[in-house]
Design a protein. Sequence first.
Length: 47
Amino acid sequence: MTPDLWTTDFRVVPYVTRPGAPVSTRATYVVENGRPGVQLDSEGPAV
């Protein structure tokens, strides 16, 4: 996060029933200073 940009990753796991699930980034979103709303920056692979 900076005064001009906030970046957030949407992180997912394929299962929650046991420890050690690999974590992957499904999408990245940004909020830019002076631009209203959240923008999709990139999408990861479909799981």
